[in-house]
Design a protein around this ligand. Structure first.
Ligand SMILES: NC(=O)c1ccc[n+]([C@@H]2O[C@H](COP(=O)([O-])OP(=O)(O)OC[C@H]3O[C@@H](n4cnc5c(N)ncnc54)[C@H](OP(=O)(O)O)[C@@H]3O)[C@@H](O)[C@H]2O)c1
Length: 324
């Protein structure tokens, strides 16, 4: 038997309900994992609310966790019981005490990263790696805009980008968060609840604008992000914490020959080789101190609903993990 958190309908945090189910032996190519920490990501909020209809109901949400291999199914190579592993899984099912998982999704965890730190940071680090190495190559000396720079992805993106020599203009929802953004390398921080982002960006950049805007806030920031770009600027629109963005006319890009992408991390880790290359880059960045594992708020698995409340209230210290 294993404890799980499931949703039977879309709605607020209260639809996240505990249950217990039978766990069969791992099948061919699968490993059974005793989970030690489950990452809570904004994606989970979209799945719970119904903004994303990508989880069949009733279903178990969650796209990232860390644990220990307890058993290997037939044909599994490369893992043995006792290995510490992390994984992200577009097929969900992570809000559980134990589970079976295709071994091809798991990567071994370096000793230096704690279980909770990895569960709070692995998927976010993969996302940042995608943003700065795959979606567009971040160049030393360029100026970029990072929205929600004190958030989970935002902290790691700000750290990695400034390490590469970029001048990072962050945005943050409060003075306290602006301190966090600066501590991770932002040279300027715009308090976007009070200040007009594009106006401030143009002031900071002497009217030129930024080479790239990294925007996962969505509805509230999208137009300001476009207006903040320099000629040939690139809007990397990778999430929608404040809600989905309305349809927009492509003519809006023509004024400055702008481009826009809408990347999803699962597409950039879709083969074993892609996953291993990205994971290795992230673990190297952690090892060298370029990015630091997030120290998350830890809550019991059964308090998944509270975790979502904290995340949606913008009170997360960069990461939340559930401990089974
Ligand atoms: N495309 C991908 O593959 C991918 C992968 C991972 C994450 N993401 C996206 O990256 C974003 C950050 O994810 P995360 O898990 O690291 O979360 P997070 O940044 O820790 O939390 C979201 C942050 O967004 C800001 N925000 C602005 N308006 C908001 C609103 N109306 N409601 C809630 N938050 C608001 C808040 O920061 P302030 O208080 O400072 O405004 C909040 O802390 C999410 O949009 C997520 O979907 C995308």
């Amino acid at each position: 038997m294993t404890r799980i958190i499931q949703i039977t309908e879309h709605g607020g945090p209260e639809v996240l309900q505990p249950a217990t189910i039978h766990l069969p032996a791992p099948g061919p190519g699968e490993i059974r994992i005793g989970q030690t920490a489950v990452g809570v990501n904004y994606h989970d909020v979209y799945v719970r609310s119904g903004l994303y209809r990508t989880l069949a109901l009733p279903g178990v949400p969650g796209i990232e966790a860390v644990g220990v291999v307890e058993a290997c199914g037939p044909g599994v190579t490369g893992f043995v019981p006792g290995d510490r592993i992390a994984y992200v899984n577009a097929q969900y099912g992570c809000y559980v005490q134990a589970r079976n998982l295709p071994a091809a999704l798991a990567v071994k965890l370096p000793d230096a990263i704690s279980d909770a730190g990895a569960a709070a940071s692995f998927m976010k680090a993969l996302t940042v790696c995608m943003l700065i190495r795959r979606v567009r190559h971040l160049e030393a000396g360029e100026t970029v805009l990072v929205h929600a720079a004190a958030g989970g992805v935002g902290q790691l993106l700000t750290s990695w980008a400034s390490h590469l020599g970029a001048h990072v203009i962050g945005t943050a929802g409060s003075e306290e968060k602006s301190v966090i953004a600066r501590a991770h390398g932002a040279s300027d921080v715009i308090l976007y609840k009070q200040e007009d982002v594009a106006v401030r960006v143009m002031e900071i950049t002497g009217g030129e604008g930024v080479a790239a805007a990294y925007d996962a806030v969505g509805a509230d920031t999208f137009q300001g992000s476009l207006a903040s770009l320099a000629f040939e600027g690139h809007l990397v629109f990778y999430g929608q914490a404040s809600g989905p963005v309305d349809a927009f006319a492509s003519a809006m890009l023509a004024g400055k020959s702008l481009s826009i992408t809408r990347p999803i991390i699962f597409h950039y880790t879709r083969t074993r080789a892609m996953l291993e290359e990205m994971a290795a880059a992230c673990f190297e960045a952690f090892e060298k101190g370029i990015i630091k594992p997030i120290i998350p708020l830890e809550l019991p698995l059964e308090e998944a609903a509270r975790a979502h409340e904290v995340l949606e209230a913008r009170q997360s210290p960069g990461g939340i993990v559930l401990i089974p």
